[in-house]
Design a protein around this ligand. Sequence first.
Ligand SMILES: NC(=O)c1ccc[n+]([C@@H]2O[C@H](COP(=O)([O-])OP(=O)(O)OC[C@H]3O[C@@H](n4cnc5c(N)ncnc54)[C@H](O)[C@@H]3O)[C@@H](O)[C@H]2O)c1
Length: 325
Amino acid sequence: MNLDFTGKTVLVTGAAGFIGSHLVDRLLAEGAEVTGLDNLITGSMENLVEAIKSPRFDYIETEVVEWALRQAQGKPTPETSFNMIYHLASPASPVAYQHNPVATYLVNSLGTHHLLELAVQHKSQFLFTSTSEIYGNPLEHPQKETYFGNVNPIGPRACYDESKRFGEMVCSIFKSRYQVDCRIGRIFNTYGPRMQADDGRVIPTFINQALTKRPITIEGSGQQSRSFCFIEDMIEYLIRLMTTPAAANEVINLGNPEEITIRAVAELIKELTGGEAELKQVEGREEDIERRQPDIGKAIALLRYHPRISFREGLDRTLAYFQQP
Ligand SMILES: NC(=O)c1ccc[n+]([C@@H]2O[C@H](COP(=O)([O-])OP(=O)(O)OC[C@H]3O[C@@H](n4cnc5c(N)ncnc54)[C@H](O)[C@@H]3O)[C@@H](O)[C@H]2O)c1
């Protein structure tokens, strides 16, 4: 597989976020010229401390929807055009998107539309980061790309789920109407260094509860399951999804199928942090998802990749990050 990005101009929206910043680092390491956009609604400049030292990285602090609209109205020049666009900007944790519902649905709907207009002008390849949440509370297990989902359009997660579904629809229209080479990655739970300690996602929450000697709070029975993918594996997937010719115009689940209950996650984090943390059961979330596990057959077949980092190793590395002074 040709992973040489030398001379390629790549736009990354959501560059200061958890996944976006790791993607920027990897693209720079592969030789790309990277422009990163972020309005820091949930991201942090600390995630880009290494990237901003690179002469091949240009950072613009801006809101993506308006920026893309303005750019799409202008004329691209060879200096300003992008070979590839990765659209990652969106609040991603339930706490963040429920706090910013309008910004969330706008960046995934209108933001995707304007960035795709830009992709038409620049003849860019386009990659949209969708989510396993488009499957809602799935009635099919594990979830294949062919499953249409079970989503409540007015539920507590709807600003996120439905706008990602809308974003996928916009991609499909630009593929068929304007022949944009558009790839959709449906990302399943991803974790690792640079997650925000207080963003409400389960792994940083449990780790930080254990490290600050507070009880680890298990919402509901703890029997609900998730499948967690370590960030390094997710970045490999995103790189391959953009560069693999066979992935053009495909929708592909990206994740690690290793399934684990939330109670088992809590017990493992308790063990890794010295075994003293108390496990405390609290009320479950409204419309919490019972089971989530990707079928990654398509990713293996097309991208020729299967996650390599075990959950235990990934947790060790995440814990080391949160233990840094
Ligand atoms: N982390 C996961 O487990 C996961 C799972 C499924 C899908 N995803 C998707 O991957 C992408 C990245 O997720 P993440 O975990 O890195 O989240 P994150 O919140 O850490 O990063 C998102 C970044 O986008 C920026 N942003 C949001 N709206 C913006 C706007 N309108 N203009 C400019 N910048 C904006 C935020 O400031 C942040 O830096 C998101 O699209 C998310 O939906 C993530």
